[in-house]
Ligand binder design. Sequence first.
Ligand code: SIN
Ligand code: MN
Length: 232
Amino acid sequence: MRRPRSSAPCSSGRIATAGMTDLFVREPGLPGLLHRPYWSAEEQRTAVTAVRAVTEDAPFYQPTMPRTGRPFSVRMTNCGALGWVSDRNGGYRYQPTHPVTGLPWPPIPDIILAVWAAVAGYPHPPEACLVNHYAPGAKLGLHQDADEQDFDAPVLSLSLGDDCRFRVGGTARGGATRTLRLMSGDVVMLGGASRLAFHGVDRIYPGTSTLLRDWFPAGGRINLTLRRVTKP
Ligand code: SIN
Ligand code: MN
């Protein structure tokens, strides 16, 4: 079922930075978690074009779990000075180059940087933009984003394509969780008391968006996660 949009998505050009977070839905019991529609349909198409260009230089690859070497069902790539990667021997980490091509990650496109500038409330730019592609059937287990040196900066994520069921809880493993339906163009920010909240993606809802159809005939979902990695 589609969630009715009660307000138009806002772009950084139309709404002043100050007060931007007042426009977010705050989730009861989850202080620091903000969620709202952000990109218009046109901005989503522009973002997809920019991300597709990123993947021409830095193609999606299949990361593997530390120790077990089990493949993730999500395919990943990155843009920015640092990219988040995982494999059997090296574990979870950030590095400046693509693990398959060995090349530096491409820069973060301006349309994505503009969201951070407008929303993050943090005076330094993000260093990493993880790009996840969820084909129908892909999911991501509950985890914390804890490989960064700077937890003062929020984690900001943008959704493109099919809806998903996003699960989020507190900062203790095994605690209560709840779910949010994320739709194309939505932004979610984990900051403050929710910066280290456990979160994951239970499932994609295939066929809920046509945004990615020209690129991936089966559709699916792209998630962009912006993070500050080092202390400024
Ligand atoms: C992540 O936690 O890496 C991605 C979250 C999402 O896909 O919404
Ligand atoms: Mn995460």
